[in-house]
Design a protein around this ligand. Structure first.
Ligand code: ADP
Ligand code: ASP
Ligand code: MG
Length: 603
């Protein structure tokens, strides 16, 4: 016997007819000999309507009461679905998050799951009932109702599948199906770019990055669970029986193309803390203060400093701008730094595991944007993603342009005839795996840093005072690519009306990269200063949820600060946080970070 977890999103339970259709899907899975657990969202626009109701009362509703209100949406859906199933002659029982034992922390409206007690679910499943659970909600230790953040029902579904699987699921394994209003994951949101194409499969890492850079089709934390606990997912349409898109561990065919998808976050805000002293502990102070308010810092770009003062640029969701500025004000004043901001920017990103093997992705992306005179306000790269910040008015146009530039509308990939996810892809020994999983289950959403790596074979070229106008970055990377030099990390930050740009290249190519850049600058921007640096190393902190767990960056910066290690450059993504430090300090930095995250040092 297998266990099937099905999740139905808001549109999929919006009308009585659709609830009945969802009921039929659940019954079909039961009749096929499975145990069935269904997670549902609030119907249609219910959650938005509830938020509006609160706004009609007050601009500043207390978070606890907001959760009390929001959780009612899902409660309506579970009761109606249970009625529908029972009226069709099958047994079903509905549970709220609290009733089913989903325990979270107390950060109302963005709570994280701590543990799940599965006894009740199991008992009902064993009685042959279809168990229906309200998505998006849980309860804290004091019994207060909490919610997991918008889109959180995906996370409920995957977390339940993970627990049931790891606690000893049925012999045929656990299948998790996410039913929604699209028939799979597309190369970008098909509502924004109609020429987007459906994918057959996508890797956990790619989906994690895509979700965290704006692909609202999946809640990014649900993918974190899926990856941590080896749960393959299928995203598919609730309106048909068509095959959807698998979200699974990476397979070799997935790197055929450099890019698999694109996404946009329309409402971002850029903050620059300028003229900060370039000494250990500064990033730590800034990001710890922001993390303490559970604000997710999105892009972080810190470039090399000039005259002992650095500028740290980062973005936060536009809705968190006011709060962030208020908390930065006293810190900046104390450091003698200035804070600048821009609340009208959007972030456009490209993601693809193929970036690890294909070169020239940044150049192709920047060239497409520069041809259309779109200015890049900030650039950050990760292992498998690259993001640019553009003016909000250019956002959608930029998304379409980059989608087109990588031929995502003509997606040509040779896919294996049948994609069958490995139910047990983790090659760890049973005993080791069991211990690891028990630890992970005890703190389900705990930070998971899996490795610390360093790289000492790279140098960095920095350009100071690049004009803040379209096309300059694109020309730099065109020239560097034309010289056959591979670029790894790119950071562009803004300061005083100029763009500072730096990028890393193999050490052996550093002098050539500098001279190519110098010749170009002499032609297009003679007032720029170009410098190269060969005494650096990059430390990569690798795991999942590296960006959305607000504590990771501050833990990294804190550990380095306590050991008086200065951070020279920062770059982050959902699966990797990279910091550049002095090469002489790299061993020490690796050691203290391993200690911080409880990792064993390599022999
Ligand atoms: P549900 O209520 O079922 O959870 P959501 O609205 O959260 O549904 O997610 C489905 C929507 O996600 C789609 O209607 C689509 O507009 C949007 N979307 C964003 N990015 C993508 C993408 N890359 N592929 C498919 N859909 C996407
Ligand atoms: N109902 C919640 C929302 O609209 C959770 C979800 O649908 O996943 O965000
Ligand atoms: Mg959703």
């Amino acid at each position: 016997m297998g266990l099937v977890v099905q999740k139905f999103g808001g549109t999929s339970v919006a009308t009585a007819e659709r609830i009945k259709a969802a009921a039929r899907k659940a019954i079909r899975a039961l009749q096929a000999g499975n145990q069935v657990l269904v997670v549902v969202s609030a119907r249609g626009d219910t959650t938005d309507d509830l938020i509006e109701m609160a706004r009609e009362i007050t601009d500043n509703p207390p978070a606890r009461e907001m959760d009390m209100l929001l959780s009612t949406g899902e409660q309506i859906s579970i009761a109606l679905l249970a009625m529908a199933i029972q009226s069709m002659g099958a047994m079903a029982i509905s549970y709220t998050g609290a009733q089913v034992g989903i325990v979270t922390d107390s950060s109302h409206t963005k709570a994280r799951i701590r543990s799940i007690h599965s006894a009740k679910m199991r008992q009902s499943l064993d009685e042959g009932k279809i168990v229906i659970v309200a998505g998006f909600q849980g309860t804290d230790d004091e019994g207060n109702i909490t919610t997991l953040g918008r889109g959180g029902s995906d996370t409920t579904a995957v977390a339940l599948a993970a627990v049931l699987k790891q606690e000893g699921g049925p012999d045929k394994g656990v299948q998790c199906e996410i039913y929604t209003d699209v028939d799979g994951i597309y190369t970008t949101d098909p509502r924004l770019v109609p020429e987007a194409r459906k994918m057959e499969a996508i890797s956990y890492d790619e989906m994690l990055e895509l979700a965290s850079v704006g692909a609202g089709v999946m809640h990014s934390r649900s993918i974190e669970f899926a990856k941590k606990f080896d749960v393959p997912l299928m995203v598919r349409s609730s309106f048909s029986d068509a095959e959807g898109t698998w979200i699974i561990p990476e397979q070799s065919w997935m790197t055929q193309n450099p890019v698999c998808g694109a996404a946009i976050i329309k409402d971002e805000a850029r903050i620059a803390v300028e003229d900060v002293p370039d000494t250990p502990g500064i990033s730590h102070r800034i990001f710890t203060a922001i993390a303490a308010q559970a604000i997710v810092v999105d892009m972080i770009a810190q470039n090399p400093s000039t005259k002992g003062r650095a500028s740290i640029g980062f973005t936060v969701p536009a809705g968190d701008l006011k709060k962030t500025l208020a908390l930065l004000d006293p810190i900046a004043r104390e450091m003698g730094a200035r804070v600048e901001h821009d609340g009208q920017v959007s972030k456009v990103s490209l993601v693809g595991a193929g970036m690890r093997v294909h070169t020239g992705v940044a150049e192709r992306m920047f060239a497409a944007l520069s041809r259309e005179k779109i200015n890049l306000r900030m650039i950050t790269t990760g292992d498998i993603k690259i993001s640019v910040l553009v003016d909000k008015q250019d956002g959608l146009r930029a998304l379409r342009l980059v989608h087109h530039a990588f031929d995502l509308d003509k997606r040509a990939v040779t896919v294996p005839p049948k994609i069958i996810p490995d139910q047990n892809p983790n090659p760890l020994s049973c005993e080791k795996k069991a211990t690891l999983l028990t630890q992970r289950l005890a703190n389900m959403e705990g930070i998971m840093v899996s490795d610390i790596e360093h790289q000492t074979d790279q140098g960095r070229v920095a350009i100071y005072g690049l004009p803040d106008a379209p096309g300059f970055c694109s020309q730099v990377f065109e020239a560097v690519a034309a010289a056959g030099i591979v670029v790894d990390m790119i950071v562009q930050n803004h300061s005083r009306g100029f763009a500072d740009l730096s990028f890393s290249v193999p050490l052996s190519e550093l002098e050539r990269a500098k001279s190519v850049t110098n010749s170009l600058m002499a032609k297009i921007a003679p007032d720029c200063r170009v410098e190269s640096e060969n005494g650096l190393a990059t430390i990569h902190v690798i795991g999942v949820g590296m960006r959305s767990h607000t504590g990771v960056a501050s833990a990294v910066f804190g550990a380095l600060a306590r050991n008086s290690i200065n951070i020279l450059m920062i770059n982050n993504s959902e699966i990797r946080l990279s910091v550049v430090v002095d090469r002489a300090k790299v061993q020490e930095a690796g050691r203290c970070l391993r200690e911080e995250f409880g990792l064993v040092s390599p022999a």
